[in-house]
Design a protein around this ligand. Structure first.
Ligand SMILES: C[S@@+](CC[C@H](N)C(=O)[O-])C[C@H]1O[C@@H](n2cnc3c(N)ncnc32)[C@H](O)[C@@H]1O
Ligand code: SF4
Length: 458
C-alpha cells in the first residue's frame, strides 16, 4: 500500500485517537461525589449488561523513554503489596453497587507492567473477583505483559487462573533501537516463551510494535516485522509512536538521537502493512492486524467490531467497563469516570471508603449518537446513516445536523479516494483506513472550534 505524500502532509495534524467520545481531555473535575455513585448504580439499567473489569497496575522497573502510559518506576515491595490490598478494597466498594445478576465477560490487566506483580498477587485479585462475581461461560481474560519479567511458570500460573489472552510488548527486535529507548531485554528468548504459550491452545497471543522510534529504518524494521510473523501471533499491534513530550517529559530524551520524519514514519508503516497483509493478516482499525480466523477479523466482516480504552473487541463480549486502580477509566454507557493518577491519593481515598474518582464526563443523548458514528468509522470503516437514524428514531438529516458534518469535507475525502459516500452510506477505502482519525473528526462537532492538544493523526 502506498499512502500519497501530499495527503499525509495535509492530514498529519493534531487529532483525537477516539478511544472514547468525547476524548479524555474533555473530562471534568468531580464536584459532586453523590452524582458519581448514582452514575455507577444507574449503569445497572443500561446496556451492555455484561461487566468488563479493567485493572491498572502502574508499576514498571525501568522507564522506556517513548512510554506514553501511566507508570510508576519502583521496586518498593511494601508499596506494591499495599496497592494490591487497595484494589481488593476497591472491589469491596464496587460490588454492592452492581446488580448481582450481571456477569463478568472480560477482565483486562493493563499497565504499566501487570506481570511485574508476583503471581500470588494476581491470584489474590482474581480470587476476589471470582468470589464476588459470576462470569459468562467463556470470559476473555487478558494481560499486557513485559517479556523482561515473564517465566514459563508465570504463564502456567496465569493459565490456571483462567487467562486466555496475553499481549507482549516487543516494540522492535533491533537492539540498537531498544537500547536507545531504554527498553529492558526479555528474560527468556521470545521464541522460547512463545512456544510455551502455544502449548496452551486456549491462549490468544498479541504482540505490540511501535514505528517512529530513533534508529528505525526500512531494512531493519522489515526484519522485525518478518520475525514477528514467523512467531505467528494471533494479533499484532503496530502503533505509531505518539511523541507528546509536553505531557511525557522523558520522551524529550529521544530527540537527541533524531526521530524519523513523517515521511519515514509512513514508509515504515506501509512496509509493515504490506508484509503483514501478504501473510494474510487482516488490518483492523488504525493499527491492529489479526489472523483471518481471529474473532476481530470475523467481527470486522460482519461490522460488529467495537472499541474501548483497552483496544478492539467484539460486541459479543464487551461490557460496560469498571476500572480498578490508579488512572483507570470506567466506560459506562452514560458516563466516563477516571480514577486519580496519584497512588497516594488512590490508597487514602479507598481506605476512607470513597471512590478515588477525580474526573468524569456524563455523555448526553446527542453525544451517544455521535459516539456511535465515530466508533463505526474507527472500527468497521463503514456507517449506514439510515441505520443509525433508525436506531435512535430520528431522521437521517437530524443525525447529520447533530454531527455538524460539512459535506464539502466529505466530498473532498471522496475526491481524494479516501471514502465512498452514497445513499447515506459511508465506506472508507483501504487508503482511507489510514486517515480514519481525520474522517472521524469531520463528524465531531467539538473539532469545529477545537482548542485542545492531541497527538498528530499519523
Ligand atoms: C502497557 S504497555 C505493554 C506492557 C508492558 N508494559 C510492555 O511495555 O511490554 C502498552 C503498549 O503501549 C505502546 N506504547 C507505549 N507508549 C507508546 C507511545 N508513546 N506511542 C505509541 N505506542 C506506545 C507499546 O507498544 C506498549 O507495548
Ligand atoms: S512501555 Fe511498558 S515497560 Fe516500558 S515504561 Fe511503558 S508501561 Fe513500562
Amino acid at each position: 500500500m502506498k499512502i500519497h505524500p501530499e495527503l499525509y502532509q495535509k492530514y498529519n495534524k493534531p487529532t483525537p485517537r477516539y478511544t472514547s467520545y468525547p476524548p479524555a481531555n474533555y473530562f471534568k473535575e468531580v464536584d459532586d461525589y453523590t452524582q458519581i455513585v448514582e452514575a455507577i448504580k444507574a449503569s445497572n439499567n443500561e446496556n451492555p449488561q455484561n461487566i468488563s473489569i479493567y485493572i491498572h497496575i502502574p508499576f514498571c522497573c525501568q522507564l522506556c523513554s517513548y512510554c506514553g502510559c501511566n507508570t510508576l518506576i519502583t521496586s518498593n515491595e511494601k508499596l506494591i503489596s499495599t496497592y494490591v490490598d487497595t484494589i481488593l478494597k476497591e472491589i469491596d466498594l464496587l460490588k454492592p453497587l452492581l446488580d448481582p445478576n450481571r456477569k463478568i465477560s472480560q477482565i483486562h490487566w493493563g499497565g504499566g507492567t501487570p506481570n511485574f506483580l508476583p503471581i500470588t498477587d494476581i491470584q489474590k485479585i482474581m480470587g476476589k473477583l471470582y468470589a464476588n462475581f459470576d462470569t459468562i461461560k467463556q470470559p476473555e481474560i487478558a494481560m499486557e505483559c513485559h517479556p523482561a519479567h515473564l517465566t514459563k511458570e508465570y504463564v502456567d500460573g496465569l493459565v490456571e487462573l483462567g487467562f486466555n489472552r496475553l499481549s507482549f510488548g516487543i516494540q522492535d527486535f533491533n537492539e540498537q533501537v531498544l537500547e536507545a529507548v531504554n527498553r529492558q531485554k526479555p528474560l527468556l528468548p521470545i521464541d522460547e516463551i512463545i512456544a510455551h504459550i502455544k502449548s496452551y491452545p486456549q491462549i490468544s497471543l498479541n504482540l505490540d510494535f511501535i514505528y517512529g522510534l530513533p534508529f528505525q529504518n526500512l531494512k531493519d524494521y522489515a526484519k522485525t516485522i518478518e520475525q514477528a510473523t514467523e512467531l505467528s501471533p494471533d494479533r499484532l499491534a503496530v502503533f505509531s509512536y505518539a511523541h507528546v513530550p509536553w505531557i511525557k517529559k522523558q520522551q524529550k530524551s529521544l530527540e537527541k538521537f533524531g526521530l524519523p520524519t513523517a515521511e519515514e514514519k509512513i514508509a515504515l508503516f506501509e512496509q509493515a502493512y504490506d508484509i503483514l497483509t501478504a501473510k494474510d493478516y487482516v488490518p483492523i482499525g488504525l493499527d491492529h492486524f489479526a489472523k483471518p480466523e481471529d474473532e476481530l477479523s470475523k467481527a470486522l466482516k460482519t461490522k460488529q467490531l467495537h472499541r474501548n480504552f483497552q483496544g478492539y473487541c467484539t460486541l459479543d463480549t464487551t461490557g460496560q467497563v469498571y476500572a480498578l486502580g490508579v488512572s483507570g477509566i470506567s466506560q459506562l454507557h452514560s458516563a466516563y469516570l477516571q480514577n486519580t493518577k496519584s497512588i497516594t491519593k488512590y490508597i487514602k481515598s479507598i481506605n476512607k471508603g470513597v471512590f478515588p474518582i477525580e474526573r468524569y464526563y456524563f455523555v448526553n443523548q446527542n453525544e451517544k449518537i455521535i459516539r456511535d458514528v465515530i466508533e463505526q468509522i474507527m472500527c468497521n470503516m463503514y456507517v449506514d446513516f439510515k441505520q443509525v437514524a433508525g436506531k435512535y428514531d430520528l431522521r437521517v438529516e437530524e443525525i447529520y445536523n447533530l454531527t455538524k458534518v460539512d459535506f464539502r469535507n466529505i466530498s473532498e475525502f471522496q475526491a481524494e479516494g479516501l471514502l465512498n459516500f452514497a445513499d447515506d452510506v459511508l465506506e472508507l477505502t483501504r487508503q482511507g483506513q489510514f486517515f480514519m482519525r481525520n474522517i472521524a473528526a469531520s463528524f465531531d462537532p467539538n473539532m469545529k472550534n477545537n482548542q485542545k492538544n492531541f497527538s498528530k493523526a499519523l
